[in-house]
Design a protein around this ligand. Structure first.
Ligand code: NSP
Length: 217
């Protein structure tokens, strides 16, 4: 079994909850309350800030240039089309981009900062794999609906599926699968801990978004 499949199995109930969530169901059928979408986007923009730093750390710790290139190209997507998606959405929804981090966001930021500071590629990958693989799994079934939705719903789906994004997830998973075999028991246990903590953070983030993050005005 692939290491990343084994890791997913260790937290299957949180995984299923995060990838089949009422929040993303409502986003994909266009019925999501716009206040909830704004609250989610404000908190997710804070998430992205630390995510970019974590991705940069992983790029810096990749063993070879070919290992680093796909993540470096993905950085261009996050800081290009994804960043402008946020800015256009805030404008279209008459919302500001600045917000105070909610508890669930702080928990995720702390996990990403811990992974980035660890200096260990496998620990960084544990969080990155979760963040992108969870999003691919929820978004992929909705790919066909994206074009019919307002862009702030539809583009959030298309940014997280399609051949390019599938390739990002395949690369990150492949990197973690590859390094896993060379880890000792303690390092494997650290990976399991970070991976399961990240999945719990994803679930908690969607739960909080569905309940409604406080909107900054
Ligand atoms: C909380 C969270 N997790 C993952 C992703 C996907 N990049 C995201 N935008 N936000």
């Amino acid at each position: 079994m692939r290491a990343t499949d084994y890791l997913k199995e260790q937290c299957q109930s949180d995984w299923t909850a995060a990838t089949t969530h009422a929040f993303t169901d409502a986003l994909a059928d266009g019925s999501l309350d716009l206040e909830k979408m704004v609250g989610y986007l404000q908190q997710d923009y804070l998430f992205i800030e630390d995510f970019v730093r974590l991705l940069a750390s992983a790029i810096a710790h990749a063993p070879t240039l070919p290992d680093a290139i796909p993540a470096a190209q993905f950085m261009g997507v996050i800081s290009g089309p994804e960043n402008t998606y946020f800015l256009r959405s805030f404008e279209a929804l008459s919302a500001q981009s600045d917000a105070l981090a909610a508890e669930e966001t702080v928990a995720f930021q702390n996990l990403m900062r811990k992974a980035a500071r660890s200096g260990r590629y496998e620990v960084m990958l544990s969080v990155l794999v979760v963040a992108e693989w969870v999003y691919l799994e929820w978004a992929r079934p909705f790919e066909d609906r994206a074009d019919a939705l307002p862009f702030y719903f539809g583009e959030w789906i298309t940014l997280h599926c399609g051949a390019g994004f599938e390739g990002v997830v395949a690369h990150l998973r492949g990197q973690l699968d590859q390094v896993w075999d060379g880890l000792d028991a303690a390092a494997k246990s650290d990976v399991v801990e970070m991976f399961t903590a990240a999945v719990a953070c994803e679930r908690a983030f969607f739960d909080a978004a569905w309940a409604g993050f406080e909107v900054a005005t």
